[in-house]
Design a protein around this ligand. Structure first.
Ligand code: FES
Length: 121
């Protein structure tokens, strides 16, 4: 792990199950990000709804709907596509979560925080 990367074990991220949260102090003392696995691939986002910047998860790490097909904001129910963060339903329909670059290699999930600068432009 460097200042710009966060690393998790691949085995700790199960498909369409609990996500893993991590701090994003560059965006504010209490700001977090999260990574989920969807149909085998990891996807990471800033943990802020595109409607009101509150955290999405209804219990810590619970980002998926009951059907496991979308990420859902626990506050007013916006639904986001897990694979690109696009809001398909809810008060921020048409907007998107802020993505964070993530790759998986050698049984590790590697989150690249340097990519955040681009996604926040
Ligand atoms: S704060 Fe997320 S849908 Fe309103």
């Amino acid at each position: 792990m460097t200042d710009n990367t966060i690393v998790f074990k691949s085995e700790d991220l199960q498909d369409c199950a609990k996500g893993l949260r991590f701090p994003l102090p560059a965006l504010g003392e209490f700001t977090t990000g999260f990574v989920v696995r969807f149909h085998g691939k990891p996807y990471a986002y800033v943990n802020q709804c595109a409607h009101v910047p509150v955290e999405l998860d209804w219990n810590e790490g619970d980002f998926f709907t009951v059907q496991k097909d979308y990420l859902i904001c626990s506050t007013h129910g916006a639904h986001y596509r897990p694979d690109n963060g696009f809001c398909v339903m809810g008060p921020c329909k048409g907007r998107s979560l802020k993505p964070i670059a993530v790759i998986e290699q050698n049984h590790e999930i590697i989150i690249n925080l340097a990519s955040l600068k681009d996604s926040l432009k």
